[in-house]
Design a protein. Structure first.
Length: 386
């Protein structure tokens, strides 16, 4: 009675505040599931038919509760749909004169719990950022060590700056993705359903895998730069070496139903560094498989031409335009592209190929046309002059 006296004269203001409230949620239903009234806050929680938005407890469950007293429910009420966002509020539900009155909102403990979750996510993100900074520092230290070890090589020093430029550019994109989507999860995770969160996690995983592959390629590149003196050519049978490499990539070809044809005379012998030439063949075959659609064909053939041997790897895949061909083998220009099945690359494979061909005093050229495939032609001397 005292409260009624204190608030007397404020009925208009109270009614207006409750109707327009974004905090306190109010809804009035008939027991026939008809929505009689919903204020602004409650309306924002409903999608479609209002009574179907009561998920736990459901409208039907509420009707079965004991109604000997007006208050039939006092606790958390989940509102929304199973297929999209839903929300829990602390609510009191009353039943009187064949009507249900719902009054609810967010209690302090809810806000505290949500705040704890946000703080934990923020700490986790900060820890992740610190780990990324540590990894970047480790990578920078490794690069500095490699640079100091190769200061005596003028050509390698000239390559260094361009190499760092590639590293910064290629690391920036995946890290932007990692930070962007992790920030979305950090700030709005309560607004996303499981499907969306899983999609974001998949994007973060793909970006992490791309960064990991890039780091692996960087390490392989750094080994080449550091150990250029470790060039050990020996006389090898070209057919056997190519066939040995073919067995490594053939599972990938079979997965795309691509036929690899080897047309190399078994009598050709050439003085080469075995592992370097295997790396060249493997990378070119892998690229051919990557950019060739299912049921395509890749050919490897070779022939002697005077004092050189010519190795050709061709495919009937996507092909390239003139601008792309001109950028191949150039540090700071070569870009990784996705294959016909969305395969990821790092863009460093062709740089390694060019490096190894140069070390053999050979040449590599490419012919290609959009939609008609590509042809890579390698010319190597039959013997090396040490």
């Amino acid at each position: 009675m005292l409260k009624k006296i204190i608030l007397s004269g404020w009925e208009t203001e109270l009614n207006s505040s409750l109707i327009d409230s974004n905090v306190l949620s109010i809804a009035l239903f008939s027991i026939n599931k008809e929505l009689i009234f919903a204020n602004k806050a409650m309306t924002s929680l409903f999608t479609g038919k209002a009574c179907d938005n009561l998920l736990n407890p459901t409208f039907e469950t509420l009707l079965l509760l004991d109604n000997s007293q007006a208050l039939i429910f006092n606790g958390y009420l989940t509102i929304g749909t199973y297929s999209s966002i839903n929300t829990s509020i602390y609510a009191q539900i009353f039943r009187k004169d064949n009507k249900l009155l719902i009054i609810g909102g967010v209690i302090a403990n809810q806000l505290i719990d949500q705040n704890k979750i946000v703080h934990k996510l923020n700490r986790d993100l900060n820890n992740l950022q610190r780990e990324l900074i540590k990894e970047k520092n480790v990578l920078n230290k490794t690069m500095n060590q490699l640079n100091r070890a190769n200061d005596a090589l003028e050509k390698l020093n000239a390559t260094k700056d361009r190499f760092i430029s590639i590293l910064g550019h290629d690391l920036k994109n995946p890290f932007n993705t990692l930070l962007g989507f992790s920030e979305l999860l950090l700030t709005d995770i309560d607004n996303y359903d499981k499907k969306t969160i899983k999609e974001f996690a998949g994007i973060i995983n793909d970006s992490s895998e791309q960064t990991f592959n890039l780091l692996n390629s960087l390490m392989e590149w750094s080994v080449v730069q550091r150990d250029k003196a470790a060039f050990n050519p020996k006389v090898e049978n070209l057919y056997h070496l190519v066939y040995e490499t073919f067995t490594l990539v053939n599972p990938s070809a079979k997965a795309k139903k691509i036929n690899i044809i080897i047309d190399i005379p078994q009598i050709i012998e050439v003085e080469i560094d075995r592992e370097m030439i295997k790396t060249i063949i493997r990378n070119l075959l892998s690229n051919a498989i990557k950019f060739t659609p299912e049921n395509g064909e890749v050919r490897v053939y070779a022939k002697k031409d005077g004092k050189t041997v010519q190795i050709t790897i061709s495919d009937n895949g996507l092909g390239m335009n003139e601008q792309t061909m001109e950028s191949l083998f150039k540090i700071g220009v070569t870009k990784s592209q996705k294959g016909t099945n969305g395969e990821h690359g790092t863009g460093f494979g062709l740089l390694l190929i060019k490096e190894f061909v140069d070390m053999h005093k050979g040449t590599i050229t490419v012919k290609s046309e959009i939609g008609k495939g590509s042809v890579f032609i390698i010319n190597l001397p039959l013997t090396q002059i040490i």
